[in-house]
Ligand binder design. Structure first.
Ligand code: ZN
Length: 232
């Protein structure tokens, strides 16, 4: 079982999407996407990835092959060795989950709408229905609570559902702490949580950030694969 989160380095895309841009909705840049995805697959030691057409919801797709039609959802689960899962993000939190002993893995796309929709509890429910028991979760790079400014009613609405989301920007206005919110949801569902984001995506030039760069921002990924069990 292996987990990774990408930063913006090591791909082929030209500025402003330099260089490992994994966006799936960039007109005229299919070649770059294919090249970047295959670089990532080679580096990760897999044949390819199952990706999603993400819609900021809470639907979960269970997949057992790399050869699936693009699922419209925000979380994936598999227990099939070699079927690598990929979640794409701009500033939202990429979440990777695994029960190493039971061999069940998952990914989820958790931004503000995903937190409200409950994509994290949803993916955990599906993993448990496939036999997962002790689930570890890793949260990758995302925009921090000090940067994610929102209107006050929006903060109030999210915090009413997930109190840990309540935050203020470094300049003193209402904000949402997406990492704290996702951590709270994971812990409430009994997961062991590691936030492995090295920096805030908006503050660090090592990451793409929709909040910082708008339409000029690339997309990163969280990936996971269950490796084939050794024979004998
Ligand atoms: Zn920040």
């Amino acid at each position: 079982m292996d987990v990774a989160f990408t930063d913006r380095h090591g791909g082929v895309s030209a500025p402003p999407y330099d260089s490992l841009d994994l966006s799936r909705s960039r007109p005229g840049r299919d070649e770059e996407l294919r090249a970047n995805m295959s670089l990532l697959a080679r580096e990760f030691g897999v044949d390819g990835f199952v990706v999603m057409r993400q819609v900021h919801g809470a639907d979960v797709a269970v997949v057992d092959s790399l050869d699936v039609d693009l699922p419209v959802c925000d979380a994936l689960v598999t227990d099939t060795p070699g079927v690598a899962l990929c979640v794409g993000v701009g500033d939202c939190a990429p979440v990777v989950l695994a029960d190493v002993d039971q061999g069940v893995v998952g990914v989820a796309h958790a931004g503000r709408p995903g937190v409200v929709a409950g994509v994290v509890p949803a993916v955990i429910d599906v993993m448990r229905s496939r036999g997962a028991q002790t689930i570890q979760a890793w949260i990758g790079p995302h925009v921090c609570g000090g940067c994610y400014e929102v209107p006050e009613p929006m903060r109030a609405g999210v915090a009413a559902l997930v109190p840990a989301a309540y935050a203020c920007t470094t300049w003193g206005t209402p904000s949402i702490d997406i990492g704290a919110a996702v951590t709270a949801q994971l812990q409430a569902a009994g997961c062991l949580v590691s936030d492995v984001s090295r920096a805030c995506t908006r503050e660090s030039d090592d990451f793409f950030s929709y909040r910082r760069d708008g339409d000029w921002s690339g997309r990163a990924a969280g990936i996971v694969v269950r490796r084939a069990a050794p024979h004998g």
